[in-house]
Design a protein around this ligand. Structure first.
Ligand SMILES: C[S@@+](CC[C@H](N)C(=O)[O-])C[C@H]1O[C@@H](n2cnc3c(N)ncnc32)[C@H](O)[C@@H]1O
Ligand code: SF4
Ligand code: SF4
Length: 389
């Protein structure tokens, strides 16, 4: 299905939860901690690439991945009953041959599940295509939206160099082609590619965009970031982090994308905020659902509130609920809000929060229209830096 039709489906699903969302955002979460509505599950660190900007592949260890037999009792609790958005990532999710059963298990235990997201390298098409097709068809049958993105960090050799994979571009292209064709016949399925741009592939950013356009593919550009709980890559910050030339390029690149995108798209929202952050010394003004209603579960069962939180404990030792609501852990979450959120670059499920905050979102729309009309005046539109929830 087209991305805009998918967005309408998503908005329609989200709209049914608006009164609950408003009560949660403005009342419940202020009075007492609410259950998670967004969940990221890194189902393995095993990977079929060795990327330059992510070290997850160094942590691959199949033996320490929770099996489905271990996961099922963890999920078998009303605690998970509020989760609406699930993102399955890794490592490479399709290296787990039980990935379709895993999605089926989540659907069974998450009664409010609206949308599943999966990121994949697409580098092993013979395995990934049938697996992902089964997942899309299962979600269609259950009325769950599914979004899949194949990562593509360059055209041809550039992709292979970033990912250290021979013939990687051609392999990923096969998966992309199959998924794009599947999306045409499944209205619940939105498909696109995702690119992470940094010094190594910056000269190829426009090529990726042009290539995606010729194929009519939706593309999302990730902002480079460093997090151990999600990418094991803090140690890379010094060697590959942005300097002035990358910052100048990326700010313009993001503003160019705002110009082209509909201001109503989630991408325009993120790109404008990233351009803001580069311009304002990395002060975050985007909301984040992980501040008060998110969880990140890692392959061995380690639980975190978000990609920048400490480990709360392990779900094989203690229930997720007890770890989530533990006073000491909640205190840690408060400290993250004060210390880490103000400069955090995480995009994870930002749009989920954005749509639930009507006044800041209306302000964003107004500003996005003026930046669209006059991008050279972006700096004049920068909002005052005040933390948003
Ligand atoms: C960690 S990967 C896991 C899924 C799968 N292995 C893949 O590469 O798509 C998820 C997404 O994170 C992106 N990513 C990797 N390193 C990143 C970094 N340092 N900053 C921002 N995004 C990054 C990848 O390009 C990919 O789109
Ligand atoms: S970005 Fe994805 S493919 Fe690359 S090392 Fe990280 S997890 Fe593996
Ligand atoms: S903004 Fe960043 S640090 Fe704060 S909760 Fe979200 S992911 Fe965590």
């Amino acid at each position: 299905m087209s991305i805009s039709t998918f967005r309408l489906h998503y908005l329609a699903k989200a709209a049914t939860g608006v009164p609950r969302d408003l009560v949660n955002t403005f009342i419940n979460s202020k009075l007492h901690p609410i259950r998670p509505t967004v969940l990221i599950y890194n189902c393995t660190w095993v990977c079929d690439a060795k990327c330059t900007m992510c070290n997850n592949w160094k942590w691959g260890d199949r033996k320490s991945d929770m099996t489905l037999d271990q996961l099922e009792p963890v999920l078998n609790s009303p605690f998970w009953g509020a989760v609406e958005n699930l993102n399955i990532s890794g490592g490479e999710p399709t290296t787990r041959l039980d990935l379709p059963e895993m999605v089926e298990m989540f659907q069974k235990h998450l009664p409010r599940l609206r949308k599943v997201g999966i990121n994949t390298t697409g580098l092993t098409p013979a395995r990934a295509i049938p697996m992902l097709t089964r997942i899309v068809e299962f979600c269609a049958a259950k009325g769950v939206l599914i979004s899949i993105r194949v990562s593509l960090d360059g055209i041809g050799d550039v992709h292979d160099q970033v990912r250290t994979v021979k013939n990687g571009f051609n392999k990923a292209s096969k998966t992309i082609e199959a998924m794009q064709s599947l999306a045409k016949t499944h209205p619940n399925f939105s498909f696109g590619i995702a690119s992470t741009i940094f010094a190594k592939n910056m000269p190829d950013a426009e090529n990726i965009l042009a290539w995606a356009r010729t194929k009519d593919l939706d593309v999302v550009f990730n902002m480079l970031r460093f997090t151990d709980a999600m990418l094991h890559n803090k140690e890379l910050q010094e060697s590959i982090g942005f300097h002035e030339p990358e910052e100048a390029f990326m700010r313009k690149f993001f503003l160019d994308r705002v110009q082209e995108e509909s201001v109503l798209s989630g991408q325009a929202y993120m790109y404008l905020h990233y351009a803001d952050m580069i311009a304002n010394g990395y002060h975050r003004t985007m909301p984040c659902p992980f501040k008060d209603q998110g969880l990140l579960l890692n392959p061995n069962g380690d639980l975190h509130y978000c990609e920048n939180s400490e480990k709360l404990g392990n779900v094989l030792d203690d229930s997720a609920e007890s770890l989530y609501f533990k006073a000491e852990n909640l205190k840690h979450r408060e400290s993250i809000k004060n210390e880490t959120c103000p400069t955090c670059l995480s995009p994870c499920q930002v749009n989920v929060s954005a749509m639930k905050q009507f006044i800041p979102y209306a302000k964003f729309l107004k500003r996005a229209y003026s930046v669209k009309r006059a991008p050279e005046r972006h700096l004049e539109t920068l909002p005052a830096v005040e933390p948003t929830r």
